[in-house]
Design a binder for this molecule. Structure first.
Ligand code: GLU
Length: 598
């Protein structure tokens, strides 16, 4: 039949927006309603609940759960499960992440560390090639069993739902299961992301069979189904998290890591990892106390180590709070923000790692006294970068100062934000690390495994972030919830590796200092200073009057087409919720509310 292509249980049917087509599924002719593309919308305002994510199908999955009586936590899990279908290269059950939850019932912010953990057998020199004594090149570390950490997403879902949800996992997974089974219309971004990693996906039988069609990326406008993932979600719906961490799925994950399913023809050197079924059985997402700083009368809550997000944003806010940013000319305010960001990154790189393995001076770095010290280093011209780390130990009961290096940082991730009519809020960022992670899918289960362990330093002696068995690598993910007088004001976050941190910094300043609405704060041009000689910036920022003034002050810029890809929810003074996503970056995101009231 013209226009219908099949591959491994998936059927691809070119469709036009709004047209219902007839498709053939598994050989039996049947009239089925074809999935249609869903519109994207960057802002939605109203009542009853809100979801903002990078993908319209995912936002609607969350909305569906809210409609059926679920709360923000249920909606967050539903949305993330759907993102695993329609954005499988950015985050899925093969990866990990961090969830920040404001519970209206307790009036408190809770966080869950669902970061991937290194298998127990991992040693500090895991990324040193024994043949050369040198670090294994990044591309080879990434596409290997060595880089794969024990996934944390399913344990995070279970913990969040059991503590804070209203619905069982079974119900919450239903929209995503339907989406995986019935399909969705591929958009340009999906096709582009597949194409970016085509050479890797083609090199593994599992990845090729699950994600490619005749060895090619699914084309924009066609319908894509992932029946393997639908079946995996059904297994989880029946068996809960233990069906992921024990039994057939756990065995398949460990088998994939120890024996990556390469196609026979590839010449790629794919190193094996050492994950066992016990590593999976022993994995737990962890409750963590949030980071908290007060800023301009608001309370900013974030993610503690092993994420560096909450601490780096917190230190930065404590530094810039001493400047009257809103009364300054914008270029002058940005100068102070850039310098504060460099100082906070200097401390991040030296001190932050998994606090179950290294002594992290959380209290010292977040103390006002330390921030005051760091602020005194900011002058009218840019400092030479990298700036050295400071000494937060006097504010933390004593310790030995350290210096760190700006470790490798790149990748892709996804962030979603949900809120409900009870006042619960969730900011959830999760990832596979690179776009498509390790590129290695678990055969028969429909999802890719992460390469999160490349977020460790390759240096076995790195003071904060060297690899170790059971350790979780340092992250930049920065899911953030802001309260005012104890009530939610906004929640936000982003993908983009270390750019995540600087994106959150700017959205907070845009909203809390410069008075922009959350949608305006997200849409505004961004820059990113990570304690490097140059500040990365979007062209619109570089070419703006303030960008030119910053250059004349001595700031050096390098251009990036896109910095971050944010979503958020704001609580408006009149009681309405405002969901916000990117209007333009990477094709734009999807903001929805249950009962629109513009
Ligand atoms: N692996 C990165 C981190 O945890 C996230 C990758 C990205 O967002 O691009 O910081």
């Amino acid at each position: 039949m013209d226009g219908v292509r099949r591959a491994c249980g998936r059927v691809l049917v070119p469709v036009l927006a709004g047209v219902t087509a007839i498709s053939l599924v598994q050989g039996a002719p049947a009239a089925v309603a074809e999935p249609e593309p869903l519109p994207r919308q960057p802002v939605a305002t109203g009542y009853g609940g809100a979801v903002a994510s990078l993908d319209p199908y995912a936002s609607h999955a969350g909305l569906e759960v809210l409609r059926r009586g679920g709360n923000a936590i249920d909606a967050a899990v539903a949305t993330s499960a759907a993102l695993g279908v329609t954005r499988p290269y950015d985050g899925s059950i093969g990866g990990g992440g961090f969830m920040v939850i404001y519970s209206a019932k307790t009036g408190k912010v809770a966080t869950i560390d669902g970061r991937e953990a290194a298998p127990a057998a991992v040693k500090p020199d895991v990324f040193i090639d024994p043949a050369t004594g040198q670090a294994i090149p990044f591309a080879e570390r990434r596409v290997s069993g060595l880089s794969i950490g024990v996934p944390g997403v399913v344990s995070t879902w279970q913990r969040a739902l059991s503590r804070h949800g209203r619905m069982p996992l079974h119900n919450v997974l239903k929209p995503a299961t339907d989406l995986a089974r019935d399909g969705f219309v591929v958009d340009a971004e999906y096709q582009r992301r597949t194409e970016q990693n085509l050479d890797i996906l083609r090199d593994f039988t599992s990845s090729r069979d699950t994600f490619l069609v005749d060895g090619q990326a699914p084309r924009e406008g066609t319908v894509f189904r992932n029946k393997e993932l639908a079946r995996t979600y059904e297994i989880l719906a029946d068996g809960g998290a233990s069906a992921f961490y024990t039994g057939e799925i756990a065995e398949a994950i460990a088998g994939t890591v120890t024996n990556p399913p390469k196609v026979p023809s590839t010449t790629r050197n794919v190193r094996s990892g050492q994950m066992t079924v016990d590593d999976l059985k022993n994995y737990r997402a962890l409750d963590k106390a949030p980071t908290k700083v007060d800023y301009r009368g608001a309370e900013v809550y974030g993610m503690a180590p092993p994420s560096s997000g909450g601490m780096t944003v917190g230190e930065y806010l404590n530094i810039v709070e001493g400047f009257d940013l809103k009364s300054m000319p914008r270029a002058r305010a940005l100068h102070h923000m850039i310098e504060a960001s460099a100082l906070a990154f200097g401390d991040r790189n030296a001190y932050i790692g998994d606090d179950r393995f290294v002594n992290v001076p959380v209290t010292g770095i977040l103390s006002q006294g330390f921030a005051d010290e760091r602020r005194r280093l900011i002058g009218p011209s840019p400092a030479a970068k990298p700036v050295p780390a400071g000494d937060p130990w006097p504010y933390n009961g004593g310790g030995t100062p350290r210096q760190g290096v700006n470790a490798y940082s790149d990748g892709s991730t996804t962030h979603l934000t949900t809120a409900d009519k009870w006042g619960n809020v969730v900011a959830y960022t999760f990832t596979l690390e690179q776009i498509s992670g390790s590129g290695i899918a678990v055969p028969g289960y429909g999802f890719l495994l992460n390469n999160e362990l490349t977020d460790f330093s390759t240096n076995p002696n790195d003071p904060a972030n060297a690899p170790a068995g059971g350790k979780r690598p340092r992250s930049s993910m920065t899911p953030t919830v802001v309260l005012k007088d104890g009530k939610p004001l906004l929640a936000t976050g982003s993908p983009g590796s270390a750019v995540i941190i600087t994106s959150v910094m700017q959205v907070l300043a845009n909203h809390l200092d410069f008075g922009m609405s959350l949608p305006e704060a997200i849409a505004a041009p961004r820059l990113s200073q990570q304690n490097a000689a140059t500040t990365t910036a979007e062209a619109e920022m570089i070419n703006s009057p303030e960008g030119r003034e910053l250059a004349s002050l001595g700031h050096q810029f390098s251009t990036s087409s896109t910095l971050g890809n944010m979503t958020g929810v704001a609580f408006l003074p009149d009681g309405r919720l405002q969901a916000a996503a990117e209007p333009v970056r990477l094709g734009g995101g999807s903001a929805v509310v249950l009962r629109p009231a513009e």
